[in-house]
Design a protein around this ligand. Structure first.
Ligand code: IVH
Length: 687
């Protein structure tokens, strides 16, 4: 056990405001259901740090500070709300939701036939007061009865215009948050200012909203979810806003020039049945990992004013709305180490070793840390508490250190001075560091990959055999395999005549593989198996690929302006290897594809034209002998796009035996599901 200082040292008003927000949030979560993300010890240190800062800076004390309050005090502000800003009750699954609906329908004595289903935005509730169409005041939720004036943020919140389309006097209610790009930008600004970053978009938004003076300005985003007309206003508009269905009100809000979620992939919809509500919940949940902002659930509201009026309110929350909570995708854990590995292409990549943490259905122990620049940008240190993000199939990644939880024991992360694999020098000219030996550093890894089942598929060429050949100087790369002689192989230890002849035959066979597999064998950075297939189908010949510039490469689906120049540079680097393959007589064309000059292959007549297909579970029937890669190749021959995860965009799921979560997700999303046998029949011409 290491001794830790008795309190967290807070550097400035920003760190202080964030610490206050974190303490208040943690206390609120703790008193509500015990789910605080920080442990008791860390919480105590945090509050003592807040106290120490307040003693030194009495002028900076925030009204919401937890110090000296019972149960850390719910946030109190000095601006009373015209109508209380309430919370929402929660449900955690389909059954609980159905129970809640049944209870509500009993209460109002009739079935609800219009539900508004919208995302639960993960930010801070705010009330934006407009007088005669002008934005005059911003108030936080506070304890629901009174909030804090944060009008200083006016002008920095995207989606919250200074003027509405009409000269109306209303209060708009909604969520203030940071989008992913606003968060990145805010982190960069803070990094440049004091060398630290924000823990996550929510705390960045909280800190930004509540810090009055900061030498740099960070942009925020607003999404509206409700309107409150002044309570004593009985004008035509106020009356109309009280009587309109929620969905109509949101259209009015958007027409005033205020941002709503309408233009996002998770736009609010009106559902007539509980089944449709559940389906929409599935769709929103499936879209979550790709959204450019955070959501932590789905809010289901009675759409009709009459239903809302009948249901009424409890002291805490409306009875006509409920939050369907989604599992957390972010947690705080400790960064206990950083491992450095040199990959197949010579890239040196750090990997975070974490104190294991349960996240979105799995235990996370390792997480991506991209590159050295990423570590410095985020100011990470060993021993830091870090926010870790994982959702769906996304690879877990370390988001940022939680600066307020520093104890003073954190250590700098050792950065390698030489290649961790071979000890040679490091090429630091690009953000992604590489061993100066490039692919040569991990030749064995490149060759194992190239001869693998989904690439050249050379049977009988195990790792120890490849090592033997490398050690004997017979090969330096996988193209050399095609020049091996019978005598050379027989000379190797433990290599008999039969195995030699079998291996030579397997190598000979590999020469005829389609271009997509030969290209995949090259291991071009940023292109895996499916990207290799797309490139090969698009260009049809290796000559056409090599002749393509960055612009032409971008015509391939999935290759953007960032990846294209990397692919071009890689092909230049790989030129000697490709030349050697050509010389050996390895096939360099893709069967059935035509080069782009003669027009893109016409896919529309194919059975899977423009369909996105996912395969899961064990294949049976005619597909039983195919590897997953071969099934994907089949999908693409038939005009479809093979994908590995089920989303709202999936057209078809081929579900074999033991299909698990993907099948469940497809069912929720209403994606068509077929058996391997049915699928084989649909694409039999391409088998
Ligand atoms: S309706 C009286 N709609 O969730 C109705 N709230 O847990 C309450 N939130 O304080 C608000 N997205 O900050 C509503 N689409 C949405 C929301 C939403 C996020 C927040 C809001 C509220 C909290 C309650």
């Amino acid at each position: 056990m290491t001794e830790t200082p008795p309190f967290t040292v807070l550097a400035d008003d920003t760190a202080y405001a964030e610490a206050v927000q974190l303490a208040v949030d943690s206390a609120a979560a703790y008193y509500a259901d015990g789910t605080s993300t920080i442990d008791d010890d860390a919480y105590d240190r945090l509050v003592r740090g807040i106290q120490a800062y307040e003693e030194a800076h009495p002028e900076a004390v925030l009204p919401s500070s937890p110090t000296g309050k019972v149960a850390a005090g719910a946030v109190v502000g000095d601006v009373p709300h015209t109508v209380p800003m309430l919370s929402l009750d929660n449900v955690f699954g389909a059954e609980q939701l159905a129970d809640w609906v049944a209870g509500l329908e009993r209460r109002i004595g009739r079935p609800v036939t219009a539900w508004s289903v919208e995302p639960k935005l993960d930010g801070l509730a705010i009330s934006a007061r407009y007088r005669h169409g002008r934005l005059t005041q911003l108030v936080t939720r506070g304890d629901g009865t009174a909030g804090e004036d944060v009008s200083h943020a006016i002008g920095t919140v995207v989606g919250l215009p200074d003027r509405l389309a009409d000269a109306v006097t209303v209060e708009l209610r909604g969520e203030v948050m940071m989008t992913t790009s606003q968060f990145e930008e805010a982190c960069a600004k803070r990094q440049a200012h004091d060398g630290t970053t924000f823990a996550n978009p929510r705390s960045a938004a909280a800190g930004t909203l509540r810090t009055r003076e900061r030498p740099y300005v960070c942009e925020l985003t607003f999404f509206g979810y409700g309107v409150v007309p002044p309570p004593d206003d009985d004008s035509e508009l106020a009356t109309r806003l009280r009587e309109l269905p929620h969905s109509e009100i949101m259209r009015w809000v958007a027409a005033q020039g205020v941002q709503t979620t309408a233009a996002t992939p998770v736009a609010g919809i009106v559902a007539e049945t509980l089944e449709r509500v559940q389906e929409r919940i599935g769709e929103i949940a499936a879209t979550r990992p790709e959204l450019p902002f955070g959501i932590d659930g789905i809010v289901i509201k009675c759409d009709l004013a009459a239903d809302q009026a009948e249901a009424g309110f409890s002291s805490r929350a409306p009875r006509w709305a409920i939050a369907y909570k989604l599992p957390a995708t972010e947690k705080i854990t400790k960064l206990i180490g950083v491992e450095w590995n040199t990959g197949r292409t010579g890239v040196i990549a750090p990997r975070a070793v974490l104190e294991p943490v349960k996240l979105d259905g799995s235990t996370v122990t390792y997480a991506t840390l991209h590159n050295v620049a990423d570590i410095t940008r985020r100011g990470l240190m060993l021993g830091d508490s870090v926010t870790v993000y994982k959702a769906g199939d996304v690879i877990p990644r370390v988001e940022a250190p939680v600066v307020h939880l520093r104890t003073g024991d954190e250590q700098p992360i050792p950065i390698p001075q030489v290649c961790p694999a071979c000890g040679d020098a490091i090429d630091r000219s690009q953000e992604r560091w590489r061993c100066v030996r490039g692919r040569g550093c991990q030749a064995i890894a490149s060759i194992i990959y190239a001869v693998g089942r989904d690439q050249l598929d050379i049977e009988g060429l195990a790792e120890n055999r490849i090592k033997q050949m490398l050690d004997a100087g017979l090969i330096t790369d996988f193209a050399d395999l095609f020049f091996l002689t019978r005598e050379q192989l027989l000379d190797l230890e433990r290599m008999g005549e039969t195995s030699t002849d079998n291996l030579l035959a397997a190598i000979e066979q590999a020469k005829a593989r389609p271009l997509s597999r030969v290209f995949a064998a090259l291991g071009v950075r940023g292109t895996g198996r499916s990207m290799s297939r797309r490139i090969a189908r698009h260009f049809a010949t290796m000559d056409a690929i090599r002749a393509a510039g960055a612009e032409a490469i971008q015509q391939v689906e999935g290759i953007g302006p960032e990846k294209a120049p990397v692919v071009v540079a890689e092909l230049i680097e790989l030129a000697p290897l490709i030349d050697k393959l050509v010389q050996a007589g390895v096939n360099m064309t893709e069967p059935g594809a035509t080069p782009p000059a003669e027009g893109d292959p016409v896919l529309s007549g194919l059975p899977l034209a423009s369909m996105s297909v996912v395969v899961t579970g064990a294949m049976t029937g005619p597909l039983a002998t195919l590897s997953r890669n071969e099934v994907n190749e089949l999908i693409e021959r038939a005009g479809g796009k093979a994908s590995s995860s089920v989303s709202a965009k999936t057209s078809l799921l081929v579900a074999g035996e033991k299909a698990g979560s993907k099948r469940a997700k497809a069912e929720t999303l209403g994606v068509r599901i077929v058996s391997p046998e049915e699928f084989a029949a649909e694409v039999s011409a391409f088998l």
